[in-house]
Design a protein around this ligand. Structure first.
Ligand SMILES: Cn1nc(-c2ccccc2)cc1C(=O)N[C@H](Cc1nc2ccccc2[nH]1)C(=O)O
Length: 181
């Protein structure tokens, strides 16, 4: 098991893999608690590098190694967090202090550029998304009902393949969603 000098996680925390969701999660072996997002005090730069190797070793490029199952869809997203987000931190910025209004202006500009055809959502997500899926161009892989926050799920399932949502507001922040399959 990788130690915290490799993962950047605080003591007793480790990266584990959820077979059911085919996603990494974070487990504290001392407190026996788990969570989907890295805990406070994580060296996000080290974790970002560790997870890039983790995903390539697990062949977890979204859409590979996962079967297309009935009821599941595949989507990519670009997330702009704000200071009231559930976890106001990301690989881009250790402490996110922008207001929700500022985040809305930012994601509106992204939406205009994407919908004008100037740039794809995936390309823009690589550098601008506050989700750790940014390095996979925002590709979240396949998911079914009940896997994601409800507002996100409803917006994603309402899209046809290839369509891009409007601005979707969840506890994580403001999203643009592109349904891939
Ligand atoms: C749901 N999920 N999948 C990944 C992911 C997928 C593929 C490769 C790497 C990371 C990251 C996440 C995730 O929850 N990220 C959170 C932000 C976030 N919150 C979300 C809510 C709904 C959908 C996607 C979302 N992403 C974070 O980084 O703080």
């Amino acid at each position: 098991m990788a130690d915290q000098t490799e993962t950047g996680l605080p003591p007793n925390w480790e990266v584990r893999h959820s077979q059911s969701k085919n996603l990494p999660y974070y487990f504290n072996s001392a407190e026996k608690v788990s969570r989907w997002e890295p805990p406070a005090g994580t060296d996000t730069e080290k974790l970002k590098n560790y997870m890039a190797v983790y995903h390539s070793n697990k062949g977890l490029a979204a859409g590979t190694g996962e079967d297309r199952q009935p009821g599941k869809i595949r989507a990519a997203h670009l997330l702009v967090k704000h200071r009231d987000s559930r976890r106001p931190s990301s690989w881009r910025e250790n402490q996110i202090t922008r207001s929700k209004e500022e985040a809305h202006a930012i994601i509106e500009a992204h939406e205009r550029r994407i919908k004008s055809g100037e740039v794809s959502l995936g390309q823009l997500a690589l550098t601008e998304s506050d989700c750790s899926s940014a390095r996979k161009q925002g590709d979240l892989g396949y998911f079914g009902r009940g896997d994601m926050q409800k507002e996100f799920e409803d917006a994603a399932f309402a899209l046809k393949a290839g369509e891009i949502s409007g601005i979707v507001d969840t506890a994580s922040g403001l999203h643009l969603i592109e349904r891939l399959e």
